[in-house]
Design a binder for this molecule. Structure first.
Ligand SMILES: Nc1nc2c(ncn2[C@@H]2O[C@H](COP(=O)(O)OP(=O)(O)OP(=O)(O)O)[C@@H](O)[C@H]2O)c(=O)[nH]1
Ligand SMILES: [Mg+2]
Length: 325
């Protein structure tokens, strides 16, 4: 693992790819690798790209990679697919379009899928981003598909979040519903070659007008990812937002948020495992399940009962040392 870590630090891409697989699988030694990574902080800029399926996120990523490469920056792309626990990312593989990029040594591409362990993907993503940072990429682009909480959770790891829409799908309203509107730092109306782009843009501007004034006003940009139209402006907006973060102290807050988000993911697992273990040992889990099967309980009530029993038990055991002293 030490040798592997050193190779990653030197920017060895096959080593990075291997390490990511180990982390994804929770393989023996992967924890040490991740521990070392967090202690060797990189300073990659992390840009999240999110939006409804098919709006053109991957095409945009491709275009942004081109722009960043022309600025001499190295780029890693992590495509996260929380919606494919059954395909193991096979569909994502089809979605991913990075045709001519594979030969460029300054571009790294990797997709992450749930592989059945639901909930674990968000944890793994935080760790993978840290590993990629160790490899010293200037930029890391994180694309996520699917809608809902997992998407928002993954975006907590980003410094700058691009929310992508396409015209004519009533998307502006949909996006607002999913809670994704709130996290957008830059809005992109892609497929601006299609009818309705200006209307979508106006809708977004109107929604932004309703936000309390002050701070960063997210720009709304039009792009045509397939032709590259608007891509230089988009790269400029990413840069401008990052500069804003640096000068306003917001960057520190984002990084802190990222650690908080990771911590939260791990704590959730720790606590859930622990409560379940205790409930299983006391036989309470069995009783809960039996009551649920018999139609005499509901999961929310059962969960709050298990949690309060756990709290009661742990406060008792916490009292033991002080009683002794
Ligand atoms: N007309 C037009 N088509 C576009 C544009 N950008 C992307 N497309 C097409 O839209 C389709 C979906 O593009 P993707 O880049 O795969 O979209 P995505 O958001 O990554 O899709 P998922 O990852 O499946 O959610 C492809 O057929 C693209 O060629 C654009 O600006 N204009
Ligand atoms: Mg895609």
């Amino acid at each position: 693992m030490e040798a592997l870590f050193e190779m990653i630090r030197r920017g060895d891409r096959p080593a990075l790819a291997r390490a990511i697989s180990l982390v994804e699988d929770g393989a023996p030694g992967s924890r040490e690798l991740v521990q070392a990574a967090y202690r060797t902080p990189g300073n990659s800029r992390i840009v999240g790209i999110t939006g409804a399926p098919g709006v053109g996120k991957s095409s945009l990523v491709d275009g942004i990679v081109n722009e960043l490469r022309s600025m001499g920056r190295s780029v890693a792309v992590i495509a996260v697919d929380p919606s494919s626990p059954f395909t193991g990312g096979a569909i994502l593989g089809d979605r991913v379009r990075m045709k001519h990029r594979t030969t460029d040594p300054h571009v790294f591409f990797r997709s992450l899928a749930s592989r059945g362990h639901l909930g674990g993907l968000t944890r793994a993503t935080g760790d993978v981003l840290t590993l990629v940072g160790v490899a010293g990429f200037d930029d890391v682009l994180v694309e996520t598909v699917g809608a809902g909480q997992s998407e928002v959770d993954v975006m907590k790891y980003a410094n700058t979040v691009l929310v992508v829409l396409s015209p004519g799908l009533g998307d502006a309203v949909q996006t607002l519903k999913a809670g994704i509107f709130e996290i957008g730092d830059v809005f992109v109306v892609n497929k601006a070659d299609l009818a309705g782009a200006d209307r979508t843009r106006a809708e977004l501007e109107m929604m932004l007008d309703m936000r309390p004034p002050g701070g960063w006003r997210p720009p709304v940009l039009k792009t045509v990812a397939t032709t590259g139209e608007g891509l230089p402006e988009l790269a400029g907006a990413i840069e401008a937002h990052y500069e804003y973060l640096k000068s306003s102290g917001g960057l520190k807050a984002r990084v802190r948020n990222r650690f908080l988000a990771s911590l939260e993911e791990y704590l959730k697992r720790e606590m859930v495992d622990e409560v379940l273990r205790a409930a299983s040992a006391s036989g309470e889990l069995e009783r809960c399940l039996a009551a649920l099967e018999a139609g005499k309980d509901d999961p929310a009530s059962a969960a709050s009962r298990l949690a309060s029993q756990y709290r009661a038990a742990s406060s008792c055991s916490a009292l033991v040392p002080s009683e002794r002293s």
